[in-house]
Design a protein around this ligand. Structure first.
Ligand SMILES: Nc1ncnc2c1ncn2[C@@H]1O[C@H](COP(=O)(O)OP(=O)(O)OP(=O)(O)O)[C@@H](O)[C@H]1O
Ligand SMILES: [Mg+2]
Length: 323
């Protein structure tokens, strides 16, 4: 039985998984409302909130699974990438639990975690596959040859797709984080109403900053009554451009490496238009797309644990190291 902890951004999460890969608990406490009035995650506020939530969230995962600390075999925790202060809260809690019970500790990369959401029920995907990992901070095309080995094929040169969704949502007055709200609004609009640019780059990289600027100019050109009337069309057209960029590069990557299976994970994989556009792909379950500890638990099953006391010096990292 593995207890996994995730605190890389603004979700405090804990999950329990057994050696057959069956989840026994998956608890996520989101701080989104706390940060909404600032229009983005405030790192220091996030760290302090993780500190308040980490013990109750772990306890509620144990309660949900009807387990005690004595029934754990391993503790897993997100090591990075993410906000250092936020990560350190999870890492400190994981070290304390593991050390206190004499258990091994498994450090898990957050991005490997997003991919590992695909190994859980009901998808139960097995490598090899091509993975589009599209989240708040990353847009990656990955050649996944084994559960824990990722080869980078392409990445964004500027904003991540999730960031593009969030910035677009902010321009349309949808609050933070706005990806899901923009997705909802887009359902009422015409995706062909505006022709927003789709960056076509050599190779398998992405770029979303020009698109964001195009939306900014479109919004600026409207008075407030017109903006209100065209908001759904703007949302639909903007979303359509992001999804087209993601789908086109993914299909190109699949062709290039001769992938027989395409998969999509990360927060933006919850987007309804992207899911429709890549309906034949393996799609991470919507509730496992945004940050959670179930995906960290899933990845931990395939990683080598560290024994005590070696892990007591384990540190967090802020930027992408994997692939
Ligand atoms: N339905 C949706 N449509 C589009 N975007 C969405 C949807 N649901 C969530 N998102 C976006 O997903 C992102 C959050 O995803 P996730 O939790 O994976 O990111 P993160 O953990 O902040 O970043 P990273 O994993 O890269 O460190 C946000 O940008 C959010 O707006
Ligand atoms: Mg994430």
């Amino acid at each position: 039985m593995i207890l996994a902890i995730e605190t890389s951004c603004d979700e405090t999460a804990a999950a329990l998984i057994d050696d057959a890969g069956r989840l026994h608990a998956n608890v996520v406490s989101s701080q989104a409302e706390l940060h909404a009035r600032f229009g983005g995650v405030v790192p220091e506020v996030a760290s302090r909130r993780h500190l308040e939530l980490i013990c109750p969230v772990v306890q509620s995962a144990l309660d949900e699974a009807k387990l005690t600390f004595d029934q754990l075999d391993r503790v897993a925790v997100t090591q990075g990438p993410g906000l250092i202060g936020a990560l350190l809260v999870g890492i400190s809690a994981a070290k304390a639990i593991a050390w206190g019970k004499g258990l091994p500790l498994v450090p898990v990369d957050h991005l490997l975690g997003h991919v590992a959401a695909l190994y859980l029920e009901p998808v139960r995907l097995e490598p090899p596959f091509l993975c589009l990992l599209t989240s708040g901070g990353h847009t990656l095309l990955l050649d996944v040859q084994e559960h824990t080995s990722l080869r980078l094929l392409g990445t964004t040169l500027d904003d991540a797709a999730g960031e593009a969704f969030d910035k677009g949502a902010r321009l349309l007055g949808l609050g933070y984080p706005g990806g899901a709200a923009l997705d909802m609004l887009a359902r009422e609009g015409d995706p062909g109403a505006y022709s927003f640019p789709v960056a076509r780059l050599d190779g398998l990289d992405f770029s979303f900053s020009g698109l964001k600027t195009a939306l900014l100019y479109a919004v600026r050109g409207l008075d407030s009554a017109e903006l209100e009337r065209r908001r759904a069309d703007l949302a639909a057209s903007y979303q359509h451009a992001i999804v087209r960029a993601l789908v086109e590069q993914t299909l190109q990557a699949a062709e290039k490496i001769g992938a027989r299976q395409i998969a999509v994970a990360g927060g933006v994989a919850a987007n309804s238009e992207l899911r429709r556009a890549l309906a034949g792909a393996a799609l991470a379950p919507v509730e496992l797309c945004t940050d959670n500890a179930a995906m960290i638990a899933s990845a931990a099953r395939y990683l080598k644990p560290l024994n005590p006391p070696g892990y007591l010096g384990l540190d967090a990292y802020a930027s992408r190291q994997l692939a």
